[in-house]
Write a protein that binds this ligand. Sequence first.
Ligand code: URA
Length: 251
Amino acid sequence: MAKLRDGEGKKQRLDKILSHVGYGSRSELRKQAKQGLITVNGVVQKDSGAHVDPYNDTIEVAGETVLYREHIYLMMNKPPGVLSATEDKRDRTVLDLLEERYTVFEPFPVGRLDKDTVGLLLLTNDGQLAHELLSPRKHVPKTYEALVEGEVGPDDVAAFAEGVRLDDGYVTLPAQLTILGRERGRQVISQISLTITEGKFHQVKRMFQAVGKKVIFLKRVSMGNLPLDANLPEGACRELTSEELKLLAEI
Ligand code: URA
């Protein structure tokens, strides 16, 4: 997995460090430094171009200790109706849901969920980690829960374990389908869990299409060893804990 503290021990310009973590532009920081608002290891530093070690020196701005990091790792419980893209002319994207203290790091979504899919979406500015999680060679498992029209049964479980042929002829890798329950109203709705180890476009929906069924609700509940935090409300986002980062590193 990617190193989490790139550049540790290297000195960098104070204004570069502070603008990276959202303390303003370089010219704003020059003014703040001149005003004596910035300290390094308890000593006022009036030169915003001074070189310091962002990990090992203690930097304070107006009395607030700066928590520096190069990378940010966010877990979002994606709501329906937003695109997992960085920008779009028409629709809102997941970045529009982030607080500024996160957007200053310029995170991007790790892979895509459909507009109507909800659940676990990671966002980071760590390109190496994103690349590893998405690499087709790594086969990182992703688990989804879904509601499917019709009666999902043992034949479907067997077909998914074998691999099904999608509409473009591609045969999927073995996937683990579990039937969680059924609702019997005017029509049968099956509740299922499905773990896949690849990420073809609309893969889950197309796998059910291949067995003549339709997904009507889709939620991603885990990626690698990292589960979605069940207490994170839809639309909310938070930083991963160090424990969760370790889980991701186990890929
Ligand atoms: N499979 C789908 O069909 N849609 C998603 O959003 C994710 C996986």
